[in-house]
Write a protein that binds this ligand. Sequence first.
Ligand SMILES: [Zn+2]
Length: 199
Amino acid sequence: MLAPPLQRLVTELGKLPGIGNRTAQRLAFHILRTSKEDAAALADAIRDVKEKITLCEICFNLAEGPLCAICSDDRRDPELICVVEEPGDVIPIERTHEYRGRYHVLGGALSPIDGVEPDDLKIAQLYQRIEGAEVREVVLATNPTTTGEATALHIADGLRARAPGVAVTRLASGLPVGGDLEYADEVTLGRALAGRRAL
Ligand SMILES: [Zn+2]
């Protein structure tokens, strides 16, 4: 029913996560109404992100050039490495301003059911990185999900075997700030109890 170029845009937009056919149509009509400059800016931004963004050679975070902004910053502690699943996980940790070390982005989590094995992630590269440098601590900040926990345990074992001098830590699981004990689910509350610390 739509003119072929418009249909093509609807189809492409519909491939984005969380965008159903109706939303894709609404966006396509919006783009059609927008100025030529604004539409071109959107197209250029999409093209640019694919052409210019690569993976950092050291930590596999997103980078513009061979190294990411964090690996090229001398003020970041090179002896402290935080392991995360995806590049997007770096952002919330950076936002806390609590962390001054480096990162290592795995590119996912172990999930044998989905066919994700250790070789599919940047795990060997992490071991290599630690063996070739002075690292004091590795913080395993994979998600608190079944696959994230399995990944953390797998890496913790691997690190203990290869670099027994390196401290391996896991992010504490706890209660949301401003939350109420009464409303906490038992898994979260159980972990908060297990991970309690002295005051
Ligand atoms: Zn990097």
